[in-house]
Write a protein that binds this ligand. Structure first.
Ligand code: SHN
Ligand code: NAI
Length: 302
């Protein structure tokens, strides 16, 4: 039988007293922010090259210990000026407990080597020093697992099967990839821009203002829906829903926009009333704005 969907309390009051039972055995899924943080990576083969790729994307600083020859993709990152400063390569084998490089100097340690005894030693050292470690191939020696990942700009999704089937995890990732709406990245970017503008208008952390900000943002997201959030990338539209909406502590959804004034907004809100057909909607909007721009230019020239 399928197990329940994890559902912690939310901001909806109805959820807050439901107290779903705890199903143990999960991993804690987090989004680690590693910019400039020191990470130790031991090994220079294919698996290390995969670890390196994700570490570079997260802006970490990687100390890589492995004798040459390295996997060509690792060598490429070391030679490439756009990534070389993020990597300190020690061209030698790591020797374990006696090595001058100490695991305690790192935030995370990863090994991807074909030497089980040395891997076990690294794991023991890390556990002594309370540094989180991943030993590729040996789940009991992992404090964290990797997962099958997909990234669309700011949007990141990780599939974990709790060590049961990494290949199955990658296949599930591909299903998610197929199912994602084509403009999901633009939707996430749009909502990010709106939140940033709102923060400029109403700065600070917590308190009554923070509560109002969160309630307004939550309702605005709900009324626009994921399908239309890409429209928030338009500065004028953002200004409008902040001027008319946030400043009056009310919610301006796509339907309300045509009450907001400028006639092109009526045209615009008609255009965006369809759902994920929005590739064309976006094009239509572009055309609409451009036409208004052209009309204005003509008016001023007269
Ligand atoms: C526990 C974990 C620890 C960790 O590595 O963090 C682990 C452990 C092991 N992997 C093994 C085998 C394979 N691993 C892959 C691939 C990936 N493995 C990844 C993660 C994880 N692998 C963690 C759990 C993930 C989860 O919870 O779902 C992925 C998702 C992410 C990544 O590595 O970055 C990446 C796919 C990414 C992608 O394609 O995008 C393939 C397929 C392939 O290479 O195409 C195979 C062969 C097919 C198969 O076995 O499925 C073996 C057995 C070795 C043996 O039999 O001797 C072990 C050890 C064991 O299971 O005992
Ligand atoms: N996601 C996972 O958990 C997976 C794990 N593996 C396992 O991960 C390990 C690494 O896999 P690959 O990269 O394909 O192996 P590989 O054999 O291509 O690479 C091993 C690397 O480790 C280096 N190395 C060996 N001893 C070292 C030492 N003392 N210090 C520093 N570097 C050292 C080698 O020079 C080589 O670069 C293997 O044990 C493999 O079975 C393989 C596939 C998936």
């Amino acid at each position: 039988m399928a197990s329940q969907l994890a559902k912690p309390p939310t901001r909806d009051e109805a959820d807050q007293n439901s107290n779903p039972s705890i199903v143990p055995g999960a991993s804690l899924l987090l989004a680690l922010r590693l910019a400039s943080r020191p990470i130790l990576l031991i090994g220079g083969g294919l698996v290390a090259s995969q670890r390196l790729y994700f570490l570079l994307e997260s802006d970490a600083h990687i100390t890589l210990i492995s004798p040459s020859p390295l996997n060509p993709s690792i060598q490429h990152r070391i030679d490439d000026p756009s990534t070389s400063s993020q990597i300190t390569w020690l061209n030698r084998p790591y020797i374990g407990r006696k090595d001058e490089v100490k695991v305690s100097d790192f935030d995370l340690v990863m090994t991807a080597i074909d030497d089980n005894d040395l891997s076990k030693e690294v794991c023991d050292l890390c556990r002594e020093e309370k540094v989180m470690v991943n030993v590729a191939d040996i789940p009991p020696q992992c404090d964290f697992y990797f997962g099958a990942q997909l990234r669309r700009g700011p949007l990141q999704i990780l599939i974990s099967t709790g060590g049961m089937g990494p290949r199955a995890g990658a296949m599930i990732r591909d299903i998610v990839l197929e199912a994602l709406p084509p403009n999901i990245e633009e939707a996430v970017e749009g909502v990010g821009l709106l939140r940033a503008d709102l923060r400029k208008r109403a700065p600070g952390v917590g308190g009554k203002l923070g509560q109002e900000r969160m309630d307004w943002m939550k309702e605005t997201c709900d009324v626009w829906g994921l399908a239309k959030m890409e429209k928030f990338r338009d500065q004028e539209l953002r200004n409008n829903i902040l001027d008319q909406g946030w400043d009056n502590r009310t919610i301006i959804g796509p339907k309300e926009l045509n009450l907001v004034g400028q006639s092109w907004y009526k045209h615009f809100s008609d255009l965006i009333s369809s759902d994920w057909s929005s590739g064309l909607g976006g094009f239509g909007f572009g055309v609409a704005v451009t036409s208004v721009g052209i009309l204005l230019v003509f008016r001023y020239r007269r």
